[in-house]
Write a protein that binds this ligand. Structure first.
Ligand SMILES: [Zn+2]
Length: 195
């Protein structure tokens, strides 16, 4: 247990042969995990926590109580992926036509830190978790990646193009900064097993 800003935070300790010294992992929605060598003593563990404390405090300050109430949706990953693929493909197709570009592949996957990507070969990849965001936000991420088919960088020309296609994109971007972590932390209920 660790006391951070008046709240006690439980740090889970895991022993691993593959770690040199120690490291700490913070995943939103889960208790922080400290990984130590198999023979680490209690004093080693306390030292390690002391060492990571400042960083840990900053990470946890960002992970405040969930505000979107996503759990209420009871959306399974399978449902989410299906819906994400349908909505994303629709936007990607019409946006590609509008910009006169084409992509080679569109993949929807589970990603813990990114929303979308575009490879130099024109393969697009999106995080299914975008279905948990407001429609404008999902729309912005798709348009952002399609714009990379024209400009594969984040230079001023790229942002001008995004703005031309979606003049209100900054609001969606801000929404992702504010709430993105909640979406990444969403843990879908397990799909009901087939009888
Ligand atoms: Zn980008």
């Amino acid at each position: 247990m660790l006391d951070i800003e008046g709240k006690s935070v439980e740090v889970q300790v895991r022993r691993s042969k593959r770690v040199h010294g120690h490291r700490i992992v913070v995943r939103y929605g889960l208790p922080p995990e400290l990984v130590v060598r198999p023979r680490a003593t209690r004093a080693d563990i306390e030292d390690a926590i002391r060492f990571h404390r400042g960083w840990l405090e900053r990470q946890l300050a960002k992970a405040v109580e969930p505000r979107l109430g996503l759990e209420r949706l009871r959306l399974t990953e399978e449902q989410g992926r299906r819906e994400a693929r349908a909505r994303i493909s629709l936007i990607a197709q019409s946006e590609a036509v509008a910009l006169g570009v084409s992509y080679s592949r569109l993949t929807v996957r589970d990603q813990r830190s990114r929303w979308g990507s575009c490879s130099s070969k024109g393969a697009l990849s999106f995080n299914w978790r975008l279905v948990l965001a407001p429609h404008d936000v999902l729309d912005y991420v798709v348009v952002h990646e399609i714009c990379h088919l024209v400009e594969l960088n984040h230079g001023p020309r790229f942002w001008r193009l995004v703005e031309r296609r979606r003049p209100g994109y900054r609001e969606s971007k801000r929404w992702l900064d504010d709430h993105g972590w909640e979406i990444l932390a969403y843990r879908p209920p397990a799909a009901t097993a087939a009888a």
